[in-house]
Ligand binder design. Structure first.
Ligand code: DGL
Length: 262
């Protein structure tokens, strides 16, 4: 196999990175993909940086064994440890935070940008540092949620509880600033973007995956690494229960996959 037809590696703590897979299939329909979701160990967002890096290292070793040509950190919490993660591999790595900041700054949001993310991502300050370096004049407010990613992953279907947890994440931001753009700074959150939009119709929701994949596409084009496969494979590995992935694959319209417990 030519290196351009090697798969794209995608990693997350659970099902959230499937929102990135959806975007890869939309923007790069010929690419083979290997996905790893560490559902057994999720949520990463309530863990200390050292543990997040140790768990990420194991996933990176697995993706390397699958001969991936690039690795997408389809997890903001893992991306928040980018500096520690880059030295772990020779494979080109893409984080989701820089693209999220670029997307949030589009259209000059003068009233400001908000961020909801896991506690680990918010604590790392990586979004505020990155936004500051791109445009120091835009007001920025963030709030971490302990529960939202896990609630989405567990998929109980309790709408009332979901709305309560969404409000707990977003209301404290709006009390501080009447922001315009809200970054969904955890890859699980776009799964419930309709629920969020219904509660906050005035906000423009930013899913960093869109910009992330367009950056990866530019890299693959530039390095002549675009796949020519007309029937690409999608291998999804999870350390958790395979059944729990099925409703998300369906909701995100992800098809033609092989799902394997790892
Ligand atoms: N999906 C992950 C993110 O983007 C986090 C979920 C978790 O806490 O494990 O941050």
């Amino acid at each position: 196999m030519q290196p351009n037809n090697f798969p794209i590696g995608v990693m997350d703590s659970g099902v959230g990175g499937l929102t990135v897979v959806h975007e890869i299939q939309r923007q790069l329909p010929n690419e083979n993909i290997v996905y790893f979701g560490d559902s057994k160990n999720m949520p990463y967002g309530n863990k200390e940086p050292k543990e997040i890096v140790t768990l990420s290292k194991k996933i990176i070793r697995f993706l390397e064994s699958q001969r991936v040509k690039v690795i997408l950190l389809a997890c903001n919490t893992i991306s928040s440890q980018l500096e520690e993660i880059i030295p772990l591999t020779e494979v080109p790595i893409f984080d989701i935070i820089y693209p999220g900041c670029l997307a949030a700054l589009e259209g000059k949001p003068e009233k400001g940008i908000g961020l909801i993310a896991t506690e680990a991502t918010v604590r790392s300050n990586i979004y505020s540092r990155t936004l500051q370096s791109l445009n120091p004049d835009v007001p920025f407010v963030s709030n971490g949620s302990k529960e939202l990613a896990r609630l989405i992953e567990e998929n109980e279907g309790d709408t009332e509880k979901l709305e309560k947890v969404i409000r707990l994440a977003i209301d404290p931001i709006l009390v501080r600033k009447p922001i315009q753009n809200l970054i969904l700074g955890c890859t699980h959150y776009p799964i419930v973007s309709e629920d969020i939009q219904k509660l906050y119709p005035q906000l423009k929701l930013i899913d960093p995956a869109v910009k992330m994949v367009s950056i990866v596409k530019g890299f693959l084009e530039k390095n002549k690494l675009l796949s020519t496969n007309s029937n690409p494979s999608l291998n999804i590995y999870t350390s958790g229960q395979m059944d729990s992935f099925l409703p998300f694959l369906d909701q995100l319209d992800i098809r033609n996959y092989d799902l394997v417990k790892k």
